[in-house]
Design a protein around this ligand. Structure first.
Ligand code: ZN
Length: 355
């Protein structure tokens, strides 16, 4: 789910002033980022570490390979769209990204959920909840103040809810959904800040990735799969689909900087190690959405690409659980990889703190 902490985005200024002394000691270089979607003042520079640049190059190649996709999509979901939302530019953009994700997953012979997935999309809580209920999903939204905040995979990951109003108008965790927001005209994407506009594209795809991950287990996920893996996978799958469906104007590096480096001030707020997520500590709450994808992109770039991830998805061995599935495919323990990824993320954090 995309909730809570994600909303608490402390949007950081996009302009790099002057590199501090420390940044000179850190090896790497500046890249120029021009947001392809949404409002921004001017293109900005971001300092990427040498290791990060290497991951960007490798991810670019992985994405190029993933673009040669078959046309057939087995399970596209069954859409239920609130009257008036069918031509929403946000919904149509999210749907294009979802379709791209489905095609990439199929290319890698991913076992997509073989159950019907009802996708309920709309602007009002009344429509979303009544439609879910009529379809047989009476979900409990107590963890999100009783509302469908943005996107959510629900009822054993057999349903997907997409509240367009949340994506369009919620900006901080203090914001409360109102009837006025539900009725307000959809802002033009060119008037929505680029960090939000690009985040919004992942709505359906992020949740679909959760459904896909649970396909081999009838909607369940191994309890030993850490939160950073869960949210990292969902966000990176969505990111791949976003870049691939906007390939003429966005590179993986653009997406990485905008979504993972600049959306939230995680470099100060998320000073945690990956292994901390295994304990479900409150200190890690929400950081999995930023730390997790950084680790997963390293895993894809340096350890066998999307193919190896899919192998883990296919194993789904209930006798051994996620940790042993991971070790069987990667030939290293999750703990060993967590140490490697912590070092990578520490460099990225240093680059972000000294910019
Ligand atoms: Zn999620």
């Amino acid at each position: 789910m995309l909730v809570g902490f994600l909303l608490a985005a402390m949007l950081v200024p996009a302009v790099v002033a002057y590199p501090g002394r420390d940044v000179n000691a850190l090896s790497g270089r500046y890249v120029l980022i021009t947001p392809a979607i949404g409002a921004y003042r001017k293109p900005f520079r971001a300092f990427l570490t040498t290791r990060e640049l290497d991951v960007m190059t490798r991810m670019g190649a992985r994405l190029r390979a993933a673009r040669k996709v078959p046309l057939r999509v087995v399970n596209t979901g069954v859409f239920h769209v609130e009257p008036g939302s069918g031509d929403s530019p946000l919904y149509l953009a999210q749907r294009t990204v979802l379709r791209e994700l489905q095609r990439v997953l199929e290319k890698y012979n991913g076992t997509i959920a073989d159950w019907r997935v009802d996708i309920v999309v709309g602007r009002s809580q009344a429509y979303l909840k009544s439609t879910l209920s009529a379809l047989g999903c009476n979900a409990n939204f107590s963890s999100t103040d009783g509302v469908v905040q943005m996107g959510a995979a629900l009822c054993g990951r057999h349903y997907l809810a997409d509240n367009l109003t949340g994506y369009l108008f919620l900006r901080s965790s203090d914001d409360i959904l109102t009837g006025a927001m539900e009725r307000a005209r959809e802002p033009r994407v060119g008037n929505i800040e680029y960090l939000i506009a690009i985040r919004n594209l992942s709505g359906l795809a992020h949740e679909w990735a959760h459904i896909y991950r649970a396909a081999g287990q009838n909607g369940r996920v191994f309890t030993d799969e850490p939160a950073w893996v869960r949210e990292g996978l969902a966000e990176i799958w969505a990111g791949i689909a976003i870049v691939n469906s906007n390939i003429a104007r966005m590179t993986y590096t653009d997406w990485h900087v905008i979504r993972l480096r600049r959306f939230l001030d995680w470099s100060r707020r998320c000073n945690v190690k990956l292994i901390d997520f295994r304990t479900g500590s409150a200190a890690t709450n929400g950081c999995e959405y930023f730390i997790g994808p950084l680790a997963i992109e390293l895993l894809i770039a340096r350890h066998g690409g999307l193919e190896n991830l899919i192998k883990v998805f296919h194993l789904n061995d209930p006798e051994q659980g996620f940790l042993d599935d991971f070790e069987e495919v990667y030939g290293m323990t999750l703990g060993d990889f967590e140490k490697e990824a912590d070092a990578y993320i520490a460099g990225v954090r240093q680059a972000e703190l000294t910019r």
